[in-house]
Design a protein around this ligand. Structure first.
Ligand code: URA
Length: 444
């Protein structure tokens, strides 16, 4: 087999065999296929696409390229959740403890963030003493004993994806549906869960800007998961404004903790941002509960998840998990102990009207400017900084009324972030309702 012929085949709209895909993935991972040929092939895939069978073969070849997490020593059905990425997404800290408190093992590998905020691992490091790099034995023991552990992704999980992603990043081939679907699913499959619930974000802060693209991505990933023998659910959720109110590492953790403290999740006076965060979290948790075989009935599964919050059991589980990984559990019961920024500065609009739209990525950029995210993979992250948004799409704002607070350590950066943040919103005379938070569910 020659890479030249395979590039020609894909360029002409041909369909690869499983062997051909393995040849490409293995050859590129071990250095036999050079970057320039792989780049040409990726661009051919970008334009010509891939069939379902090709996408599955690519996923499995990448999943097989390195270590696989062996979760056999963990008792019960292992359930994982993955978000395609958005702004203010802190659902892992809500969903994980809910499921663990219901007895479902959560054995999760997560990454650090690149871009507007940190990843799950960075956010957890806001907790004094928390260790994200425990040994595999300790990880398995913690899941068996307290049902939840979360560690930093090891270097050798799906190394083919790591190498291909780095090339996609510099060859304008990231936003290709089969490449995104196979990249995400290869890591999920290598991470070993039996059931995968995917939170596919859709809107101005997501990879997929519209419902057609988000549905196609969700369907492709659900197909891959099912063909790989994993029960997979796709939940398409709105990302046309940040999820919840808070964006930033410690701030997001704090908001997740506040959400787990709610005593009645169906109360009408829960603030709008928290309501949307609760809805996404409870929907994901409901499908995870069903996938784990705890309950077949959707309404009953949802009620179980609601009760896990209302009883305080999920919050207690979060504290137990934090303590088991060396973290100070006092931070969970008293969020004043989380890192705090030097300044908290109110932000206003200079005109009155209704918020009709938000460029969510720009809100993320405002947080990055403050130091809350990484501009490059070696940047230091500031865990304390971020944004607390008090008004959302559909809300009325008066001239000079406070709509958000910026938490920052540097006055110059705060001014820069303020401009970016206010520029992200459009205010008009006529009210516009926000998009539905749960847009669709994809199940095979
Ligand atoms: N996240 C991934 O892991 N891979 C992609 O290609 C896109 C988002």
């Amino acid at each position: 087999m020659r890479m030249y012929d395979l590039i020609m085949k894909k360029r002409g709209g041909g369909c690869h065999t499983e062997d051909e895909i393995r040849f490409i993935v293995d050859g590129f991972t071990n250095g036999r296929i050079p970057d320039y040929q792989m780049s040409a092939w990726l661009m051919a895939v970008y334009y010509m696409g891939m069939t379902n069978e090709e996408t599955v073969a690519l996923t499995l070849a990448m999943a097989d390229s390195g270590d696989k997490l062996n979760l056999d020593k963990i008792e019960g059905v292992k359930v994982d959740k993955h978000s395609t990425g958005g702004v203010g997404d802190k659902t892992t800290f809500i969903v994980g403890p809910i499921l663990a408190s219901l007895g479902v093992p959560i054995a999760k590998m997560s990454g650090r963030g690149l871009g507007h905020t940190g990843g799950t691992i960075d956010k957890l490091e806001s907790i004094e003493g928390f260790n994200v790099a425990i040994s595999q034995e300790e990880f398995i023991d913690n899941v068996n004993n307290i049902k939840m552990s979360l560690v930093s992704q090891t270097g050798n999980l799906a190394p083919a994806d790591k190498k291909i992603y780095a090339l996609r990043d510099v060859t304008a081939t990231v936003d290709s549906l089969p490449l995104i679907a196979s990249s995400i699913m290869s890591k999920k499959i290598a991470a070993g869960a039996d059931v995968i619930v995917l939170d596919v974000k859709c809107g101005s802060g997501a990879f997929m800007k519209n419902i057609d693209d988000a549905s196609a991505l969700a369907k492709a990933m659900v197909d891959i998961g099912e063909l790989a023998g994993r029960k997979t659910y796709g939940v398409i959720t709105d990302m046309n404004e940040p999820l919840g109110c808070k964006v930033g590492n410690a701030l997001e953790l704090e908001e997740a903790i506040d959400t787990l403290m709610i005593k009645d999740v169906n109360r009408d006076d829960i603030p709008k941002g928290i309501k949307r965060l609760l809805e996404v979290s409870l929907t994901l948790a409901t499908y995870m509960t069903m996938g784990a075989g705890i309950c077949d009935d959707k309404n009953k599964a949802r009620r179980l998840c609601e009760e896990a919050i209302e009883s305080g059991n999920a919050l207690k589980k979060l504290a137990e998990f934090v303590q088991a990984q060396g973290g100070n559990k006092e931070c969970i019961f008293n969020t004043k102990k989380l890192p705090k920024a030097k300044y908290v500065v109110p932000v206003t609009f200079d005109k009155a009207g209704y918020i009709v739209s938000c460029n969510t990525s720009e809100v993320g950029m405002a947080s990055l400017i403050l130091g809350g995210g990484r501009a490059t993979k070696d940047s230091e992250i500031n865990l304390a900084v971020g944004i607390d948004i008090r008004k959302h799409i559909g809300d009325k704002v008066e001239e000079n009324e406070i709509f958000a607070y910026i938490h920052g350590d540097d006055e110059k950066l705060i001014e820069e972030a303020k401009i970016r943040l206010t520029g992200a919103y459009i205010i008009e005379k006529n009210k516009k309702e926000p998009e539905k938070i749960i847009k669709d569910i994809v199940i095979k």
